[in-house]
Design a protein around this ligand. Structure first.
Ligand code: ATP
Ligand code: PRP
Length: 216
């Protein structure tokens, strides 16, 4: 039988996916947090897990490097979703994609005045579309992390990043001023894999659906 490859990222996605994998009878043979291996075998000889960066999950699944993957909606919005079947909202890794500014920065006024807003983010496409739809002119500054720092050192007027508890914003004296999207992680499936190996993928997809429906 053709093997199944599942693309996951370390950290919260792997941790929050673990119960869903269990529900599908899949247990990782090693802990990706401690193992240096990027291909992790499971108790099922026909299933393996590959460990990739969160933002690379859609790319691996799109090009058939993995049959299934789990990625945040933020990552999928930025990727565009081309070539991906997205059958299931897993309701895990919940957060919100927000615009945030320094405390005291008058965002409404800045937007209203029509001056160019400098926005630092790793979500370039999403931000471009969001501000274009509002008719706000922006200079986008690509960052790979620690977005919250940018307004504090004068690199940007605003950031676009995910917010969960709000603790990171608070600790850096930033405030959220606009919500772009409500985010949770989704199951993504390679479209060709579904056609060719649907019979082996379906039971896993169904187990994820049942387990996530119970959890949410
Ligand atoms: P990359 O390594 O590609 O830069 P990352 O460091 O953002 O990605 P994670 O922090 O593991 O990767 O986040 C994975 C996903 O979890 C995000 O795409 C988002 O959907 C969600 N997420 C991010 N931060 C939080 C948070 N604080 N609380 C809940 N969910 C979050
Ligand atoms: C994410 C995100 C924010 C933070 C928001 O970062 O880029 O910085 O989480 O979460 P909060 O609103 O609960 O503070 P990252 O994944 O690097 O940090 P984390 O794992 O510490 O949440």
């Amino acid at each position: 039988m053709q093997g199944i490859t599942i693309a996951l990222s370390k950290g919260r996605i792997f941790e929050e996916t673990r119960p869903l994998l269990e529900a599908a009878g899949i247990r990782a043979a090693e802990d990706p947090e401690t193992s240096r291996k990027l291909i992790i075998e499971t108790n099922r000889p026909d299933v393996r897990i590959i460990i990739v960066r969160a933002s690379d999950v859609p790319t691996y699944v799109q090009h058939g490097g993995a049959d299934l993957g789990i990625a945040g909606k933020d990552v999928l919005m930025e990727h565009g979703g081309e070539g991906l079947y997205q059958p299931l909202d897993l309701g895990i890794a919940r957060c919100r994609l927000m615009v945030a500014v320094r405390e005291g920065f008058d965002y409404a006024l800045a937007v209203q005045q029509g001056a160019r807003l400098r926005v630092a983010t790793k979500y370039l496409q999403v931000s471009r579309e969001h501000f274009a739809a509002k008719g706000v002119h922006v200079d986008l500054i690509k960052l790979y992390g620690s977005m919250e720092l940018a307004p504090l050192v004068g690199l940007a007027d605003a950031i676009v990043d995910v917010v969960s508890s709000g603790n990171t914003l608070k600790a850096n004296r930033l405030v959220a001023v606009e919500e772009i999207a409500s985010i949770s992680a989704r199951l993504v499936v390679n479209q060709a894999s579904l056609k060719l190996a649907g019979t082996s993928l379906r039971p896993i997809m169904d187990a994820f659906a049942r387990a996530s429906a119970v959890a949410t």
